[in-house]
Design a binder for this molecule. Sequence first.
Ligand SMILES: C[S@@+](CC[C@H](N)C(=O)[O-])C[C@H]1O[C@@H](n2cnc3c(N)ncnc32)[C@H](O)[C@@H]1O
Length: 282
Amino acid sequence: MSLGAPDDVEAFRRLVLERSGLILSADKDYLLKSRLEPIARAEGLPDVATMMRQVRIAPVGRMAQRCIDGMATHESFFFRDITPFDQLRDVILPQLWASRSQTKTLRIWSAACSSGQEPYSLAMMLREEQAKFGDWKIEILATDFSQPILERARSALYSDFEVRRGLTDQRQARWLVREGGAFRIAPEIRAMVQFRHHNLLDGMATLRKFDLIFCRNVLIYFEPAKKAQTLEGIATCLVPDGSLILGSAETVVGLTGSFQPTPGLRGVFRTRSQPLSQRAVA
Ligand SMILES: C[S@@+](CC[C@H](N)C(=O)[O-])C[C@H]1O[C@@H](n2cnc3c(N)ncnc32)[C@H](O)[C@@H]1O
């Protein structure tokens, strides 16, 4: 099955790069084909080539958005890579607890949250630290540019496999409610997370400041210029002593001067404007 007329395919590649930051080089044709074929079928179209043509004609239409969404990787799981969560519990949260003891507020952003496991993991951890944060106002904003994945995240319904992938038996018993063959996140955890549509490439002007930003396993898919642009935007959303947590394969090094690694903490970055005396050392 052909992907389509070369001009249509090239226009699609440019559209995906512009709207999602994802580079679809010619060696990714297999990915295009395997991800777009089911969408073409679901749209009732005879083939991907016809869809490519229609997307080129209406690049801001619903079908175009569906195709762009379809190219994204939505892989996620609870307490992914565990180290960031251990560092959060053992180092970052105790520091925030001390430094915010007057205002007792905490604002967290899970950027590119996919199907919700990351923000729900954060909410679970905060509830497990109830003795410290019980009377705090905690906001967790979770955003993604894919509407279908946000719908999934809001539904908070996970399969047995998804639940076992990251949640201990203790957490399963405490934070999940069985529904038939699946599990739904407990209402008190769901109530802590607000989901919202947001494209990281559209800038951060609509967002307020955060104490913590988790932006994990999305920048790896962006071309370097868009990684840098996104990191610069994120820097404007972080309070001066706030922390950015990236994925285990991601860094700010060589991309932006706005952030620097936090000594002793893996994958944790702070903005450079912060005086040395206030910086955390694990
Ligand atoms: C691999 S998942 C990562 C989920 C979670 N952060 C984690 O680490 O488990 C990447 C997510 O980034 C989202 N994404 C890709 N490009 C985006 C963009 N330009 N703006 C916002 N979200 C984007 C995708 O829809 C996908 O859900």
